[in-house]
Structure formats: C-alpha cells, structure tokens
Design a protein around this ligand. Structure first.
Ligand SMILES: C[S@@+](CC[C@H](N)C(=O)[O-])C[C@H]1O[C@@H](n2cnc3c(N)ncnc32)[C@H](O)[C@@H]1O
Length: 295
C-alpha cells in the first residue's frame, strides 16, 4: 500500500480492489473506476469529475488514510457509495441520504426534467403529491420544476421523513411543501392533486432475496411489496381517482414488476411511458380512465 502515492494511483487501486471483490454498482455509478472516483472526491473534498491536473498530485498521510478507510468499508460492508458519502444526485440535484432512505435512482427524473411534457404543456400542475417520498427527491425535483406548485409528500416511515425534511430545508422549500406521515392516502382525506407521482415499494419477496448485498443496506420497507410486488402499486392505482382533479394524472413506477401489473389489470388503460435514459415500468393514467377502470 505504501507504493500508492498519487490520486491516479488510488483511483486505479480502488477500481482493481472493487472489481476483485465483486462489488455491485447499482447506486449511481457506472463501474469500478467511477465508484473509486466518487469516494476519492468525497475524502479529498474535490469536485467530480476529478480534475486531470490533480491526477499526479501526491496525497497527504491523512488523505491516504481517509481514502483507504472508505474503500475498505465499501468492500467489506458492501455499503453503497452514497451511504458512505452521505449524498446522492437526482434530476441534477444533490440530496442528503443515509440508510434511512432509498438511494434516489428513479427513472421518473427524466420525466421531471421534461416537465412531464406533454401533459402539463397548457397549464402546470397547481398541486402535486409524491407517495413514498423517501429522501424527498421526486417531490423536491417536482417543486423546483414547477415553481408555483404546492407539493405534498407522504411516507409511512418517520425516519425517511426526517431525511426528506433535511432536503426540503436545504432547498428552502418549506413554504411550498408539506411532509406528511401517511399510509399511502390515509392522511389525505379530501385532498386533490393535478399530478400524483409515486415510486413505491414493488420488489417481490423472491426477487428481493436475490438482490446484491448492497441493496440490503436500503430499508426493506422501501423495496418490498407483498403480493408479488403488487400490493402497493394496486392500492395506489385503486385510490388515485379519489385524489385527482378533473385533469389530474397518476405517474406510477413499478420497474421490472410491470408485466405482472399489466397482467393483473388487463382492462386498465395504463400508458407505459418511453424512457430515453433507461429504466422501465413507468405508467401514466388519467382520472377519467381510473374512474372507468374502477367501475
Ligand atoms: C422505492 S422507495 C422511493 C423513495 C423515493 N421516492 C425515491 O424515488 O427515491 C418507497 C418509499 O415508500 C415508502 N413507503 C412504503 N410503504 C408505504 C406506505 N404504505 N405508505 C407510504 N409510504 C410508504 C417507503 O418508506 C419508501 O420511502
């Protein structure tokens, strides 16, 4: 280890160490070198991407120790990098994260970046609801995309809401956002929204058991849903009409569970959205269609 001197040395060594250890990269980085860069940047208080002019700079003794300690935790504990750095990026925004919340990665970011075009091209949504807000990433990104909207964000986990509160405060959105502890719609009697968006738990038990160890550090209640991953999505779909305005739409992510949902609800006109940046299983459905499907 004494032979490691420069930033480039540590980047290369970390990448080799991660690859050799079979570390899994599913939480915001593209591979071993990228993962090493994220941890080095955090330990050395540098921006990403790492500046080429620093590559041949030697690390101080304390910097070496800090980088090696992060690498070690990544390999031995299999902690995803965002839990080691305390931050994750979503829709171009930085969020505080820790093991109380899922690490943001929803493909819904792409829809937010597009302002959910073309659905709100005529008039932006005045009220938005995010169900299962976790770190608050989707709700906050929506609030910033629609600067006049009021945004409610619910979660059943008080721990998650504490993290979301940190992020709401960080973005100065406390006047336009409400964080509510709620089992889906339970605390929202009589409330109606132009846009309901949700990335709920939708991983079936059998699939959860097969996930790489990194995912076990995320709250199980953020991933697992009973009934083959469909319980939460079905409850959200069945309850949405009562909480949407006339022009309102529900955007619901179910990832790889989408064929099971489509099979369970063959008569529901779910529109599976095309995602240019990857991901799958994001459905959109309007209030009228929901009402008809419920009949
Ligand atoms: C897949 S995570 C999504 C977190 C965040 N929206 C994101 O995209 O990163 C699902 C979230 O739903 C919450 N949740 C689970 N069951 C719930 C329920 N019955 N009612 C409300 N929220 C629930 C979990 O605590 C978790 O924060």
């Amino acid at each position: 280890m004494d032979s490691l001197r420069t930033l480039r040395d540590f980047l290369r060594w970390g990448a080799s160490r991660f690859a050799a250890a079979g570390v899994f990269f599913g939480h915001g980085t593209t591979g071993a070198a990228d993962e090493a860069a994220v941890l080095i940047a955090h330990a050395l208080h540098l921006d990403l991407p790492l500046a080429p002019e620093f590559m041949d700079a030697a690390l101080t003794t304390s910097e070496r120790a800090a980088v090696l300690a992060l690498f070690e935790r990544r390999v031995t504990q299999r902690l995803p990098a965002p839990y080691l750095t305390g931050e994750a990026w979503f829709a171009g925004l930085r969020f505080a994260v820790d093991p109380r919340v899922l690490i943001p990665r929803s493909p819904i970011a792409e829809l937010i970046d597009r302002g959910f075009a073309p659905w709100f091209d005529d008039a932006p949504p005045a009220r938005i609801l995010d169900i299962g807000t976790g770190s608050g990433c989707i709700a906050i990104a929506c609030a910033l995309a629609f600067p006049d909207a009021q945004v409610d964000a619910v979660d059943i986990s008080a721990d998650a809401l504490a993290v979301a509160q940190t992020n709401v405060t960080r973005y100065g959105l406390q006047d336009r956002m409400r964080l509510l502890r709620s089992d889906l719609y339970a605390a929202l009697r009589g409330e109606r929204y132009d846009l309901i968006v949700s990335n709920p738990p939708y991983v079936p038990q059998a699939e959860y058991a097969q996930l790489p160890v990194e995912y076990r550090h995320e709250p199980a209640g953020a991933l697992l849903s009973p009934d083959e991953g469909l319980e939460h999505p079905l409850r959200i779909l069945r309850g949405a009409a009562a909480h949407l305005t006339e022009r309102g739409v529900l955007v619901l992510e179910v990832g790889a569970t989408w064929p099971a949902l489509a099979e369970r609800l063959p008569d529901w006109p779910l529109l599976w959205l095309e995602l240019e940046r990857g991901g799958e299983g994001v459905a959109l459905i309007g209030r009228d269609e929901l009402q008809q499907a419920l009949r």
